[in-house]
Ligand binder design. Structure first.
Ligand SMILES: *Cc1c(COP(=O)(O)O)cnc(C)c1O
Length: 313
């Protein structure tokens, strides 16, 4: 990223997982490889998954299901309190409809166990009809299969581009952040991995990543090399909360578009990228640092946010 490298005074690279296949890609492509592998190993014919109304995970799971000849049930949580018509119907919601997914609604937005329970109930009903359902659970007490996709990504980046001083990535459910960090430590890299909060504040997210790391160690032994001090969190662009754009994130979106012609999404990558200019400015990312920004995608939601930007265009 030449223009941004020059304006920020660092050596900045993007891992373009926004360009991953299939169907508008993003970080969930790598996570779903492991969930669909597990689903296929039990002969599943239907995938059930929960996410926010504009969830990329849900849309991609529905698309992958269809590509494998499976049905998809998507449960949309009310995680973002906005009535905006475009938010409720465009972007990923529109894509779920085109994909022919069964769409369910869950009235809460902060009850992961409750949302899972509702999905397992739907799965039981499908079983009674002779179908073979597979639930991709939301709550963190399940094995973090998706994180394994980012263990792979860590190894891929090291192989393709060598090591970096600093990695910056979005930290939401934490699968991407914990997988990347564990994969790097497992491969011997001591790079700083900065998880940029998109959902919870620093304290909550730090604890969550720690818990996921413990579960990840049961699937991948590189996770055992991660120490508490390796979990680095920044939450300077989280406000005003999950799925809502603020001044800091809108500015980062415009910065990357204006200088590189690359788009960020309002929910995740606008917030995760914002860590870079902010930490360069206060000297925590020193001049000349070799930085890898992991672009996790999310672009299918961009148009659903037109009416919710802080500064209207
Ligand atoms: C889900 C998502 C994230 C966050 O990833 P987690 O593994 O849930 O932390 C980041 N970026 C995009 C575009 C996403 O869809």
């Amino acid at each position: 990223m030449l223009a941004l490298s020059e304006s920020l005074g660092i050596d900045l690279w993007f891992k373009r997982d926004d360009l991953a296949e299939p169907s508008f890609g993003g970080n969930k492509s790598r996570q779903l490889e492991y969930y669909f592998g597990a689903a296929q190993s039990v002969g599943a014919d239907t995938i059930l998954i929960t996410g926010a109304v504009q969830s990329n995970f849900v849309r991609l799971a529905a698309a992958v299901a269809k590509s494998l000849g499976m049905q998809a049930v998507v449960q949309l949580e009310k995680r973002v309190r906005v009535d905006d018509q475009t938010y409720q119907t465009s972007g990923n919601v529109f894509l779920n409809q085109i994909l022919g997914a069964e769409i369910l609604h869950y009235p809460q937005g902060e009850d992961e166990a409750g949302a899972d329970k509702a999905l397992y109930e739907r799965a039981e009903a499908l079983k009674a009809e002779g179908r073979v359902p597979y639930v991709i659970p939301l709550s963190e007490e399940h094995p973090p299969l998706g994180a394994l996709g980012y263990v792979d990504a860590a190894h891929e980046i090291l192989k393709e581009k060598g090591d970096f001083d600093v990695f910056v990535v979005a930290s939401g459910s934490g699968a991407t952040h914990s997988g990347l960090l564990a994969g790097l430590r497992g491969a011997g890299s001591q790079a700083t991995v900065i998880g940029s909060c998109v959902r919870r504040d620093k304290g909550l997210q730090e604890a969550r990543i720690g818990r996921i790391m413990t579960r990840l160690a049961e699937l991948y032994d590189g996770a055992e090399k991660v120490q508490a001090k390796d979990i680095v969190i920044w939450d300077g662009a989280l406000a005003p909360g999950y799925g809502q754009i603020g001044q800091v994130s809108q500015a980062s979106m415009q910065m990357v578009a204006e200088q590189e012609g690359v788009f960020l999404d309002p929910v995740y990558t606008a917030k995760s990228f914002a860590a870079i200019p902010a930490l360069v400015e206060d000297g925590k990312i020193p001049q000349g640092t070799r930085v890898c920004y992991v672009h996790t995608g999310g672009l299918a939601a961009l148009f659903a946010y037109h009416g919710l930007m802080t500064d209207q265009f």
